[in-house]
Structures are given as structure tokens and as C-alpha cells.
Ligand binder design. Structure first.
Ligand SMILES: [Zn+2]
Length: 247
């Protein structure tokens, strides 16, 4: 495996990066190390999570969806804090878990953040594959909310944020301006030959601490076994992997 750190190539010239995630924990899983590194290097990062994660209580019977959603939202803020995301750049659109659709209304919500924050690049989910291929033996369903998020972000990036004709009330009423996003990074692109590697070795403890804020969503074993495990691509080195596209 040929591994080269693409951090400077992709982020060197950027000052504002937005992460649009489906659930409260996806930012930390997908790119927690990259976010910590960006913030450490003085770049601004905004997180927008689309859904509240309220249905992730699985076999627990002591809690309902609304109560669980509140816990997940709190966890999102605490995890973001570990990475250095200020509370006023850490958003959750509070759409019910598993009920995210690519509608004009939801595109408009993302467009609002794009026009307000003006990111040069957005990190989001894989828009290509209904099944994510990790390796020959390991694959999983690309969660419906992840697929919907990816598709909403593509539409928000082009052309809805750029063109004045879309959501004109954001321009008049909210005093925002059109904004064109020209680069995207996609998660769950392990099997793509052009996937890029981002060295997060110095930030792996921050990523781990942030993931440990989500222990209502997954176990400590999953953090160390899966989420940290998959970053260990070379001895003593940790990487996150994303696919880069220009639009
Ligand atoms: Zn998710």
C-alpha cells in the first residue's frame, strides 16, 4: 500500500472547511483526526449534523426516542469540543433519525450554512455506493441517512448555494450571498484506488477522546477495535481516508 499524507495538498490553501454528517457521531468516526488537525493549524471548521440520532438506542427499553436524541445532541457538542470545534460552529438540524429525505427544504437548510459559513471544501458521506466496500471480506450498507446526506450536499454545493435564484429569501431576508463550493471529500471510499490518506498520528488521542463522548452510540470496544483500528495503516502511524473530487 502506497501511503502519502495529502493534508497539505488538499487543505494547505483552505481556511474554512465544513463537515456535513448524517448523525451526531459521524464527524468523529469519519474525520475527527482531520478536524483536530485543521483546527490546530488555525483553520475554521463548522460541523452540521443532519439528524439527531434518536433511534440509536437499539435494544434499550429504558429510554424513548426524544430522550435519546437529547443525549446524542449533548454528546455531539462534547465530542466536538474535544476536537476544538467551538459550540457556535457545531450544529445539528434535529431531523429525526432515519427520516432524512433529499427534499428542497433540507437542501435549503444546508445551503443556508454554506452561504453563511462559505466553506472552500465540504467533507461528507459517500454518494456513490449503496454498499460500502471496506475490504474483500468486509462491507456494509451505506446507511440511508448517509446516502441522503451525500445527495443533499451534492445538490446544495451545486447549484443551489451558487445561484441567486435558489432560496432568494436567504439573500434578501438573511443578508447572505451566493457561494460556490468547489471541492468535496467523501467518506467510506476505502476501495477506491484514488482514495487519499491524511496523517492524523498526532491527533489520534483527540479523535479517541472525542469518540469516547459517544458511548451511548457505540461501545468502547468499537472505538478501539473499529474506529481507531482502521486508522492504523502503518506501524505507529494513523490515517483517515477520504476521496477527493472537484466540482
Ligand atoms: Zn451515521
Amino acid at each position: 500500500m502506497k501511503i502519502k499524507d495529502s493534508f497539505e495538498d488538499i487543505f494547505g490553501s483552505k481556511s474554512r472547511v465544513m463537515v456535513v454528517a448524517a448523525h451526531p457521531d459521524d464527524n468523529e468516526i469519519v474525520c475527527g483526526g482531520i478536524v483536530a488537525r485543521l483546527i490546530d493549524e488555525g483553520k475554521r471548521v463548522r460541523l452540521v449534523a443532519m439528524t439527531n440520532g434518536g433511534k440509536g438506542y437499539q435494544d434499550r427499553t429504558d429510554i424513548n426516542e426524544a430522550e435519546f436524541a437529547k443525549i446524542r445532541l449533548k454528546e455531539q457538542l462534547l465530542a466536538g469540543k474535544e476536537l476544538g470545534i467551538p459550540e457556535n460552529e457545531n450544529f445539528n438540524l434535529n431531523i429525526p433519525d432515519g427520516e432524512l429525505e433529499n427534499t428542497l427544504a433540507n437542501i435549503g437548510k444546508v445551503v443556508y450554512h454554506v452561504r453563511q459559513f462559505k466553506p472552500e471544501l465540504i467533507i461528507t458521506h459517500n454518494p456513490y455506493d449503496p454498499i460500502n466496500i471496506f475490504s474483500r471480506d468486509t462491507s456494509w450498507v451505506n446507511h440511508r441517512d448517509h446516502r441522503a446526506t451525500a445527495s443533499i450536499v451534492l445538490d446544495a454545493a451545486y447549484p443551489y448555494s451558487r445561484d441567486r435564484g435558489f432560496f432568494p429569501e436567504q439573500l434578501t431576508h438573511n443578508h447572505l450571498a451566493p457561494h460556490a463550493v468547489e471541492e468535496l471529500l467523501f467518506s467510506d471510499s476505502y476501495s477506491y484506488p484514488d482514495v487519499l490518506y491524511f496523517d492524523i498520528t498526532r491527533y489520534i488521542e483527540k479523535k479517541r477522546k472525542a469518540l469516547f463522548k459517544h458511548l451511548n452510540a457505540f461501545s468502547a470496544e468499537t472505538v478501539d477495535g473499529e474506529f481507531i483500528g482502521e486508522t492504523k495503516l502503518l506501524p505507529g502511524k494513523n490515517y483517515e481516508r477520504l476521496k477527493h473530487v472537484k466540482i
